[in-house]
Design a binder for this molecule. Structure first.
Ligand code: HEM
Length: 438
């Protein structure tokens, strides 16, 4: 049967004008997870006036990353595209994307990561020392601050001098995320209006930094982007500012992984005990290589990335032509996304044994190794495709974070509400994820 003869995916279109945009925006994890559980590898939905195909699982991932099937330009609604700005890596295709990604990966390659690691380590240690001294803290807010502290330092050498200033950045990226998923109404006081004002300020700051790094580079991501040349092309300071704003936003969710992993350690004393031995056996100041070879700790980080409620989907693209997924036709012009979380955790679709169980041992048994089985930061290749550019950076940050946490006094969770509010990205622990160090 030719693609044109295949039936459309099953699913629903929601209400006139809004489609299912309100339900999607209110809980994207739940919305996508529910559709994948009900319909499998491909589901039809509708966001405002656009049909949407939600893809899931490894075979659908292969169809999604085929540039003949899906392009990124035009995938985001205009208000969301404008927030990122024209020409940013997540909205371009083909040659222009390949060049831009090569520039970006110069700020995230092995040399850059080796340069960033000492700063990552010393900032994690300083914050952790304060947590241990306080004995009991709200880990969620602290990890939101820590994430920004690390990425602002590594990418732009910005060192906010107070938690209040870090909180201001955090609110900015939270509004940015809400605005992407919300309705395009920039009324005063809405997340979109606040995100626009915040972005204007941030772009001005990053633009000044990019200018300064052209004459006095210091090894941060801004310096590496200012020095980068690909096929004779250099980035302007405005390009660099927009890419730094995108990088900061993309990285801002790492706190969700810190929290998920810390909770997993508190929940499983035997696992924590084994991992404490791994952390103790590492050199005091491990190199990237030491960390990446830390056996069970690496598998622990993989399992955290697989299951945490950090991001439910890839960026949204557009079908360039009719193509087939699981015997259904995704028509040209439909919006298309691949479900990251549901592809890893939904029984029947996720290629894992008991996929909902937190079990780092599964990787030693060979799970996750086949193509697109493990792609919590998007399927495909970082250099030639749209896979997250921060996979190695975030892995290194997580390995260093958990190494330090496992060397600290034992962590436990006092009685609290441990449910998660899934209206934001990442999902938030309603009780703030309070932890004790004893
Ligand atoms: C919270 C942790 C993170 C998660 C869950 C995550 C996940 C993702 C996902 C799902 C995508 C879209 C992939 C696609 O559309 O096919 C993406 C893109 C991207 N991420 Fe991440 N990411 C994280 C952290 C980071 C960090 C730390 C950085 C930078 C250091 C980063 C940089 C990027 C970039 C540059 C892209 C755009 C790639 C492109 O369009 O070519 N991300 N990420």
């Amino acid at each position: 049967m030719s693609v044109e003869q295949l039936p459309l995916p099953e699913g629903s279109s929601g209400w006139p004008l809004v489609g299912e945009a309100l339900a999607f925006g209110a809980n994207p994890f739940g919305f996508i997870g529910d559709r994948v559980a009900r319909h499998g590898a491909v589901t039809r939905s509708r966001l405002l006036d656009k049909d949407l195909a939600i893809l899931a699982g490894p075979d659908a991932a292969a169809a999604f990353i085929d540039e003949a099937n899906v392009m990124r330009a035009g995938g985001l609604p205009p208000h969301a595209a404008a927030l990122f700005g024209a020409g940013v890596v997540n909205q371009i295709d083909a040659e222009a994307h390949r060049r831009r990604k090569l520039h970006l990966m110069r700020a995230l390659d092995a040399h850059a990561l080796t340069h960033y690691l000492p700063e990552i380590r010393s900032r994690i240690r300083a914050r952790l020392a304060r947590w241990v001294a306080a004995r009991e803290i709200g880990l969620q807010d602290e990890c939101i601050r820590l994430t920004l502290e690390l990425t602002l330092a590594n990418f732009a050498s910005i060192a906010p001098d107070s938690d209040a200033e870090l909180d201001r950045w955090a609110r900015g990226y939270q509004d940015f995320g809400k605005a992407l998923f919300g309705l395009p109404l920039p009324l005063p006081g809405t997340p979109l209006a606040r995100a626009r004002a915040f972005t204007q300020d941030a772009l001005a700051t990053f633009g000044r930094i990019a200018d300064a790094r052209r004459t006095t580079p210091n090894g941060d991501a801004a310096s590496r982007l200012a020095a980068s040349e690909v096929d004779g092309e250099r980035l302007t300071s405005a390009d660099i500012a927009r890419e730094l704003q995108h990088l900061q936003f993309a990285a801002a969710g790492m706190w969700g992984w810190f929290g998920h992993g810390a909770k997993a350690l508190a929940d499983d004393a035997a696992l924590a005990g084994r991992l404490r031995a791994v952390a103790a056996a590492l050199p005091d100041d491990p190199s990237p290589r030491d960390l990446l070879q830390a056996g069970e700790l690496v598998d622990f980080v993989r399992e955290v990335k697989r299951l945490a409620l950090v991001i439910p989907m890839t960026a949204v693209g557009i079908a360039k032509r009719d193509f087939a997924v699981a015997g259904r036709r995704v028509p040209q012009g439909w919006l298309v996304l691949w479900a990251t979380l549901a592809s890893h955790g939904t029984p029947g679709i996720a290629p894992y044994t008991a996929p909902e169980r937190f079990d780092p041992g599964r990787y030693a048994r060979g799970e996750g190794a086949a193509a697109h089985h493990f792609a919590p930061q998007g399927p495909g290749e970082a250099l030639t495709g749209h896979r997250c550019g921060g996979v190695e950076y975030s892995t290194l940050v997580l390995l260093q974070f958990f190494t330090e946490l496992l060397r600290a006094p034992v962590l436990s969770l006092p009685a609290q509400d441990l449910t998660q509010d899934m209206s934001g990205i990442p999902a938030r622990w309603r009780g703030g994820l309070r932890v004790r160090f004893d």
